[in-house]
Ligand binder design. Sequence first.
Ligand SMILES: NC(=O)c1ccc[n+]([C@@H]2O[C@H](COP(=O)([O-])OP(=O)(O)OC[C@H]3O[C@@H](n4cnc5c(N)ncnc54)[C@H](O)[C@@H]3O)[C@@H](O)[C@H]2O)c1
Length: 307
Amino acid sequence: MTIYGHGIRTLGVLGSGQMGLGIAYVAALRAKVPVLLHDRSSAQIQKGLALMDRLLEKDVAKGKIKAEEAKEARDRVSVVPPEKGMSGLQDVDMVIEAVSESLPLKQAIFGSLAADLPPSTILASNTSSISITKIAASTIPEGHSASSKEGLQSPSRVVGLHFFNPVPVMKLVELISGLQTSQETMERAKAFAMACGKEVTSSQDVPGFVSNALLMPFINEAIMCLEKGIATRDDIDKTLKLGMNHPMGPLQLADFIGLDTCLAIQQTLYQGTGDSKYRPSILLERMVDAQWLGKKSGKGFYDYSDA
Ligand SMILES: NC(=O)c1ccc[n+]([C@@H]2O[C@H](COP(=O)([O-])OP(=O)(O)OC[C@H]3O[C@@H](n4cnc5c(N)ncnc54)[C@H](O)[C@@H]3O)[C@@H](O)[C@H]2O)c1
């Protein structure tokens, strides 16, 4: 029986939002692999790199890492600018995709990655809820059937690698196999998550996987409590913090995740199961319509304009 190490000499990270940046951080600092970071927006890349510098400085100041380690980690991260596109990720052994939570967007991206990158490149998604099987199917080369050699091979290197927010702090990665994912892909992805200093659990490829099939309905219920006037924002969060010992209340947590991401996950649960118990809160929909996306946009259930 072959035992696979991760074998990742260079990692590509697609999307430099809060998750992509965090993944680049642990890959460079903990797994010590060179990282190519790409986003469609140069402003986002700059914002991400500035955050990485701050995180490294903080870790040095707290004595968690040496200044030399921080410098080495930072030097491992390079940027593939928007104008270069995803073809700038040609030479990586694995891409971890962390763009916005949208099935059509992820399908288009995985279709392009599969067409542009060598067939041996592992294609991982950090999706919080979307079917890995559907994402994997989008890599079948045009003109080939799913049962052809190419149609079987390409989706077999797609895997779900679900990091948690904030990535440098949270200890878990959830590993998800699509119907088509090969054992080699699973083992290499798991080995990589462990090299990043994470513990790994596995979930079936169901809407939301284990983590968000449990967490997001809870957050959605909390927003419904607020919407119905059952309690104030502060009392809802305080109840869960002081009554259940949660480190933060569900409304604050929703702000940290991003309300657009929360809504997208809840919609995936609702549409993917057809069960009315997952209907997204109307207040959540309205806040996303208003572009009140939580911490990342400066306003959500709380105000972050000074942050
Ligand atoms: N926020 C969380 O707590 C959390 C936790 C686990 C997993 N996730 C998942 O991680 C992914 C990213 O979430 P996030 O919170 O980092 O979102 P975010 O909004 O902070 O960042 C998304 C990034 O994707 C980029 N992007 C969008 N379309 C692109 C494209 N076509 N090409 C290149 N870049 C593109 C945007 O410019 C942005 O920088 C989502 O799938 C989300 O569900 C989020």
